[in-house]
Design a protein around this ligand. Structure first.
Ligand SMILES: NC(=O)C1=CN([C@@H]2O[C@H](COP(=O)(O)OP(=O)(O)OC[C@H]3O[C@@H](n4cnc5c(N)ncnc54)[C@H](O)[C@@H]3O)[C@@H](O)[C@H]2O)C=CC1
Ligand SMILES: Nc1nc(O)c(N)c(N[C@@H]2O[C@H](COP(=O)(O)O)[C@@H](O)[C@H]2O)n1
Length: 245
């Protein structure tokens, strides 16, 4: 598998964070889908799609980005770790959690992101929420404390639009971001045309019509397309065509 992985990492090298980017933050949209375009088998479910080799690639991508972003449904459904488990990886990306209404019950159980930060095997997260949430009131106060206890931060924004999110990341010294999901976040980030690279794993399975689709509301055109195969999966690397192209 090592030779296959090395060849794949060579193929994706042109799409990794670099100084050539649309904004101050280099954005990679990266996720795994089935052949029929589903990112989960059904709503509320965490589904393994990537095989071992493409999972290894995802962890390589985590090693190459400063931050990794998911929406609040993914947080609750998947309880992800979001750290880098690529062999020899020295630093994990900072988890960025989009949670407009701060509904994530950070203080209600030992979530993997918080556990990883506490154990020093993951970075403390930044949770982005709207500035209309009153952090002095319960349950938000306790949730904020749970995040701050592991070194994380709650950042309040005037809106949850992508330019606002990216500008807050830039203010916090983040220069590269991978957007992992879930379905709604992938769709909205494609619609906003904010990415510098798109790297999608296509697993060799169908998840069926009850599966969760990740798609923008309108057509998205791609350029600089490259396909690679690894294990039983295919990897698409591409760039999104900009409005001015
Ligand atoms: N196969 C894969 O690579 C991945 C699959 N998933 C799957 O995706 C599913 C969850 O997806 P969804 O339910 O769609 O939830 P999601 O994880 O995309 O979160 C959506 C939430 O984020 C909030 N949000 C805040 N700012 C936003 C913005 N700018 N754009 C979009 N949303 C924003 C929305 O209010 C919404 O409540 C789970 O089943 C999870 O397992 C999640 C990540 C990757
Ligand atoms: N690349 C990839 N392949 C799959 O098959 C997946 N289900 C996902 N999901 C994403 O990875 C997160 C889990 O991360 P940890 O392993 O817990 O660190 C999950 O929340 C999705 O964002 N990705």
């Amino acid at each position: 598998m090592d030779a296959e992985i090395d060849s794949l990492l060579e193929d994706i090298s042109a799409y990794l964070p670099s100084d050539q980017r649309k904004r101050k933050v280099y954005v990679t949209i990266t996720y795994a889908q089935s052949i029929d375009g589903r990112v989960a088998g059904r709503r509320g479910e965490r589904t393994k799609i990537s095989g071992p080799a493409s999972s290894k690639m995802t962890h390589f991508l985590r090693a190459k980005h400063d931050a990794i972003l998911v929406g609040n449904n993914t947080l609750v459904i998947d309880d992800p770790g979001l750290n880098c488990r690529y062999p020899g990886c020295k630093s994990s990306p900072t988890p960025i959690l989009l949670d407009s209404l701060f509904s994530w019950g950070a203080s209600e159980k030992e979530w993997n992101i918080l556990k990883n930060a506490r154990l020093g095997v993951g970075q403390p997260p930044y949770l982005f929420t709207l500035n209309t949430v009153n952090l002095e009131l319960e349950p938000f106060k306790q949730r904020k404390t749970a995040i701050e206890e592991v070194g994380g931060k709650v950042l309040q924004l005037p809106d949850m639009k992508w330019p606002t999110i990216l500008s807050a990341l830039e203010d916090n010294g983040i220069e590269s971001l991978m957007i992992e999901g879930g379905a709604t976040v992938i769709g909205s980030s494609l619609e906003a045309n904010i990415s510098d690279a798109i790297i999608v794993t296509i697993g060799s399975n169908y998840l069926g019509i009850s599966g969760v689709e990740a798609a923008p509301t309108a057509k998205v055109a791609l350029k600089n397309v490259k396909w690679a195969s690894i294990g039983d999966d295919c990897i698409l690397c591409a760039r999104q065509v900009a409005a001015e192209d």
